[in-house]
Design a binder for this molecule. Structure first.
Ligand code: NCD
Length: 331
C-alpha cells in the first residue's frame, strides 16, 4: 500500500480493499502528475502547509536514515509539523505487546498522515485497513515494497537520462529481498518502451517468481544474468542494492556471508571502466561493500543526487495528500 487516500485529483476508489493493491503501483498518469508537482516544488519550494496545523507522524519499527529524515524535512519545509518515534519496536507500546493496528489507530487520532516502516510484509496495508480516515504512507514493509523510494528512483532515472524510453536498465544485487527493487520493477513494468531490463544477481537471491512473471508478461526485453561484468557495458542505468542482511534467517545466513565478501557483484573502478560514458549508477542506499566510495566522484555516480530528489518527491506527495495541487501546477 502506498497511500491510503488517493491524491484528490484522482477519482475515489469504489472499493478500498480491492484498490489497495492497485493504487500502490501508480498508473502512468499519476506518475506524470507527481513528477510535474515535484519539479514545481523543486523550483519554488513554498511552505504550502504553513498555518494548516497539519501533523505528520513517522512510526518506524525498522532503522532508517534517508526515508525518515527526508519525510520529516519535507513536512517541515512545507510548514507542517512532525511527531516521531525513532525506534517504535523498543520505544512504543509495541514493546509491551500492543498490536500494530492498535498503535496505528492511536497515532492516527493525533495525526493527519502517518509514515510507517515495519519489518512485516503487508503491515502498511493492515494499518490502512485499521484506520480508513488517515492516509498511511508505506515507508517499507519488510521485503514487500517501498513505493515512495521507487518514485524517487524513477524520477532520478528520468532526470538523469532524459526518460526511460529506449534505455537499458540493470537491477543488481539482492533481487529477492530488496523492497526497493520490487516497487521499482512494478513501476518500470508499465513502460513498454524501455529498451531492455537486466536482472543481475547470484542464484540464491534471484527475483521471486510472482514478480518475475509480472514483468515477463510485459513486452519489455528481459535478460536474467549472473554476470555483472558482461551486463555493465550494455546498460544506461545500473541500479545497485545491498544484500539485505536482516532478511536472511539462520539457514541461509552462510550464503549471505559467502557472497557478502565476494567482489562479483561489486561496483568499483573496474566496473566503471566497462560502463558507457553517459550511463548512471543508482543505489537506494545505505551501501555496504557492493558499491565502493572510489566510484563516488565519477559523474555517472547519481546516488547522492537521488538522495536529494527524495526530499522533493516526498514534499510533492505530502502536498498531494494534504493540500490543493492546482495552486502549484498553475503558478
Ligand atoms: C532501502 C530500504 O530501507 O529498503 N533504503 C532506503 O529506504 N533508501 C534500501 C536498503 O535498506 O538496502
Amino acid at each position: 500500500l502506498m497511500i491510503r487516500r488517493p491524491p484528490r485529483s484522482t477519482p475515489k476508489p469504489s472499493s478500498a480493499a480491492s484498490d489497495v493493491y492497485k493504487r500502490q503501483q501508480f498508473d502512468k498518469e499519476t506518475l506524470k502528475r507527481i513528477f510535474e508537482i515535484t519539479d514545481k516544488i523543486r523550483d519554488n519550494p513554498i511552505p504550502m502547509l504553513k498555518n494548516s496545523g497539519f501533523l505528520m507522524s513517522t512510526l518506524f519499527y525498522e532503522p532508517s536514515t534517508r526515508t525518515r529524515f527526508s519525510f520529516e524535512a519535507a513536512m517541515k519545509k512545507l510548514g507542517g509539523d512532525v511527531i516521531s518515534t525513532e525506534s517504535a519496536t523498543n520505544f512504543s507500546s509495541a514493546a509491551k505487546g500492543e498490536r500494530l493496528e492498535d498503535s496505528v489507530r492511536t497515532v492516527a487520532a493525533y495525526s493527519d498522515v502517518i509514515v510507517l516502516r515495519h519489518s512485516q510484509e503487508g503491515a502498511a496495508e493492515a494499518a490502512a485497513l485499521a484506520c480508513p480516515d488517515t492516509p498511511i504512507i508505506n515507508a517499507g514493509d519488510g521485503e514487500g515494497q517501498h513505493p515512495t523510494q521507487a518514485l524517487i528512483d524513477l524520477y532520478t532515472i528520468r532526470r538523469e537520462c532524459g526518460g526511460v524510453n529506449g534505455k537499458s536498465i540493470a537491477l543488481v544485487g539482492d533481487l529477492a529481498h530488496s523492497r526497493t527493487i520490487h516497487s521499482l520493477l512494478y513501476l518500470l513494468a508499465q513502460y513498454k518502451d524501455i529498451g531492455h531490463l537486466y536482472l543481475v544477481s547470484p542464484e540464491f537471491v534471484k527475483l521471486k517468481r510472482e514478480l518475475l512473471l509480472h514483468v515477463a508478461e510485459k513486452d519489455i526485453p528481459l535478460t536474467i544474468s549472473a554476470d555483472l561484468k558482461e551486463v555493465a557495458p550494455k546498460v544506461d542505468v545500473i541500479y545497485q542494492t545491498r544484500l539485505q542482511k536482516e532478511r536472511f534467517d539462520q539457514n541461509d545466513f552462510a550464503m549471505y556471508q559467502k557472497y557478502h565478501r565476494q567482489a562479483d557483484y561489486r561496483i568499483d573502478a573496474d566496473i566503471l571502466k566497462l560502463m558507457k560514458p553517459d550511463a548512471r549508477i543508482l543505489h537506494p542506499l545505505p551501501r555496504v561493500n557492493e558499491l565502493l566510495p572510489e566510484v563516488d566522484n565519477d559523474p555517472r555516480a547519481a546516488y547522492f543526487r537521488q538522495v536529494e530528489n527524495g526530499l522533493y518527491i516526498r514534499m510533492a506527495l505530502l502536498v498531494m495528500l494534504l493540500s490543493d495541487t492546482d495552486f502549484i501546477l498553475n503558478q
